[in-house]
Ligand binder design. Structure first.
Ligand code: GLU
Length: 309
């Protein structure tokens, strides 16, 4: 007879495969038919490109102008928020739409935006060394990060939550994590919160949340923790295997990261967020992306136009 550990590993491998297949199926769909979940191209707003933009005080904007297009940092494995289609290389999701509407307001055709995938732990460096012009990817505004980068917005407020296997019993919130293995992304605020406020949980860090989800499906960890926006996307792609539990236990205001000190760019983006909230683009973009999770569009948060720094 096979020792139980091997049997368990086999079951784990089979489960992981099921999960991955389910995730992929959600991303691709049948040829000629829209994806099961995910933004329907027709429903996405078309953003009016501003024609008379001049931002001479923004070094970032001037550099993008002479380059001819914007380079924007994003996530590629967060369904509904920032996801890259492996077949076409196209990015989609609410964050991606925010990035595109910002581009239009800065005078760039959103179709020309070059997206670069940047993991949570590398965002500040990418902005500091000029790898990207701005960053839109579930990026929480906080005091510590404000010492390294600037933030326009917020354009949305998420909350930390938990993703577990659908058949898991006994984890209903962070208070149940003592002795459990909990996965999150390196350099993220949810990882820090678990380590700081729930020290009895065994925190495990990887570069991305999709690696955490693979580890959850293969029984290597007991839970994945990050923003509800991200976790809802994974649960929707593998509803038989995964579920989000409990109430959000933090406040994560999402900002558009800019190089620190480029106040001209930051204020222009604050204005742009306000414009697109007012003209209905924000809600249309939400409905076509994150809204597919079933949560109706909330009222966008107040913009925090903090003084030049
Ligand atoms: N919003 C959190 C953060 O900025 C978690 C999501 C992420 O890692 O992008 O750290």
């Amino acid at each position: 007879m096979r020792p139980p550990a091997t049997a368990l590993r086999r079951r784990a491998a089979a489960l992981a495969l099921t999960g991955l297949v389910a995730l992929l199926a959600g991303a691709c769909g049948k040829e000629g038919s829209p994806p099961v979940k995910g933004p329907k191209p027709g429903a996405l707003p078309v953003y009016q490109v501003a024609t008379d933009v001049q931002l001479p005080d923004s070094a970032t904007w001037r550099r993008a102008r002479s380059r001819g297009h914007l380079v924007v940092g994003a996530k590629e494995d967060q369904p509904y928020m920032g996801e890259k289609d492996p077949a076409t290389g196209t990015y989609s999701g609410f964050d991606i739409e925010i990035a595109r509407m910002m581009a239009a307001s800065l005078g760039f055709d959103p179709k020309t935006v070059a997206f670069r995938t940047i993991a949570s732990a590398n965002r500040e460096t990418a902005l500091q060394n000029g790898q990207i012009d701005y960053y839109v990817g579930t990026y929480t505004i906080n005091a510590l990060r404000k010492k390294q980068v600037g933030f326009a917005g917020p354009y949305y407020v998420a909350g930390q939550s938990l993703l577990i296997r659908a058949d898991e019993k006994g984890i209903d919130g962070p208070q149940d994590l003592a002795g459990k293995r909990v996965c999150s992304a390196a350099g993220s605020t949810p990882l820090q919160r678990i380590q700081r406020e729930y020290p009895k949980a065994h925190a495990v860090a990887y570069d991305t949340y999709s690696i955490c989800v693979d580890n959850l499906l293969s029984l290597q960890v007991d839970a994945v923790t990050t923003d509800d926006t991200i976790l809802m996307g994974y649960a929707a792609k593998a509803p038989k295997e995964l579920k989000v539990v409990g109430k959000p236990f933090s406040t994560e205001p999402y900002g558009i990261g800019v190089p620190r000190g480029d106040n001209a760019l930051r204020f222009a983006l604050d204005d742009a967020v306000a414009t697109h909230e007012k003209n209905g683009d924000w809600t249309k973009a939400y409905d076509a992306t994150l809204g597919l999770s079933g949560v109706p569009a909330p009222r966008p948060p107040a913009i925090d136009r903090y003084p030049a720094s």
